[in-house]
Design a binder for this molecule. Structure first.
Ligand SMILES: NC(=O)c1ccc[n+]([C@@H]2O[C@H](COP(=O)([O-])OP(=O)(O)OC[C@H]3O[C@@H](n4cnc5c(N)ncnc54)[C@H](OP(=O)(O)O)[C@@H]3O)[C@@H](O)[C@H]2O)c1
Length: 264
């Protein structure tokens, strides 16, 4: 793969679920100076320490102070935002608000004249349980027809796609679509069963069509997700690595579930 013209990459939210995998992938790539932006006040964080031990520089900022942010970003070639937080979560109504914000954000981004890359990667495989995999009760409560296809990608692969996208001409001011794997819901159930042969996973098609009433907000969100997770025209062939097998993520989900009752 060609080398990149970018040298300094600043990652906001690098201590989080997604941001850590992106920062880690950049540090493993070794071609860039990595800065991580953290919100003030200073605080201990295991992921921050790990990234610092691998060479990342930590900068604390007040996100409400524009001058502070501008100072922190000085000299940066690439800014990656992986900021999360609970305000993203409130379902249903917030989903539409968030979707609207995203549209406005994209318009602002394009108007700003800054170079950008949008990476569309489907559902994080570490969030597969959201699609209705109830490990605790050993059921798969699917929210759509079992033949519905969904695109999912492991977080560590999202990190690698982000790093390699800096070296892809098609990524400049463009949209990159990638998939760790594309499987139907029925195939996903089979993957769970491959990993958990001793569990009795069953399929209950709660929503045979997407106009059926939906009882809970999380279910509603899952039902919405399922209808948006089938997309095409992937750029996978432009990347050098093979995505992780989905069973890795399933093992991790089940392991977490066994340790924390009621997680999935
Ligand atoms: N496709 C999927 O399946 C999927 C699943 C989950 C999330 N996501 C998306 O991935 C992105 C990142 O989510 P995440 O779950 O990785 O985030 P997260 O772990 O909840 O948070 C990431 C980091 O954001 C920083 N942060 C939190 N609240 C903040 C605030 N109010 N102001 C400034 N910084 C704040 C914190 O870092 P510091 O304290 O170190 O600054 C935190 O570690 C979001 O866009 C989310 O929607 C996608």
């Amino acid at each position: 793969m060609k080398s990149s013209t970018f040298k300094i990459v600043t990652i906001a939210g690098a201590t989080g679920l997604l941001g850590f995998h992106i920062a880690d992938a950049f540090l493993n790539d070794g071609s860039y100076k990595i800065k991580i932006l953290r919100q003030k006040p200073e605080s201990e964080n295991k992921n921050a320490s790990l990234l610092a031990s691998k060479g990342a520089e930590t900068i604390y900022v007040d996100y409400n102070d524009k001058d502070d942010l501008v100072k922190a970003l000085k000299g940066t070639d690439v800014v990656i935002c992986a900021i999360g937080g609970h305000e993203f979560i409130p379902p249903q109504r917030a989903l539409f608000v968030a979707a609207k914000e995203v549209v406005e954000f994209l318009q602002e981004l394009k108007k700003s004249g800054m170079e950008y890359t949008i990476i569309i990667d489907g559902l994080f495989q570490e969030y597969l349980w959201v699609l209705g995999f109830d490990h605790k009760n050993k059921k798969a409560n699917l929210f759509a027809d079992g033949n519905t296809k969904v695109v999912t990608t492991a977080l560590s692969d999202v990190g690698k796609y982000t790093v390699e996208s800096l070296k892809l001409p098609a990524a400049r001011n463009g949209i990159i679509r990638v998939a760790g794997c594309v499987l139907t819901l029925n195939e996903l159930v089979q993957k769970f069963e491959e990993v958990t042969v001793s569990y009795d996973l069953t399929v209950r098609e709660r929503y045979k069509n997407n106009t059926d009433p939906v009882p809970a907000l999380l279910d509603d969100w899952a039902a919405y997700l399922v209808t948006t997770l089938d997309f095409k025209d992937f750029h996978n062939d432009k990347f050098t690595f093979t995505p992780r097998p989905i069973t890795d993520a399933i093992k991790k989900i089940l392991d977490t579930s066994d340790k924390k009752t009621g997680y999935v």
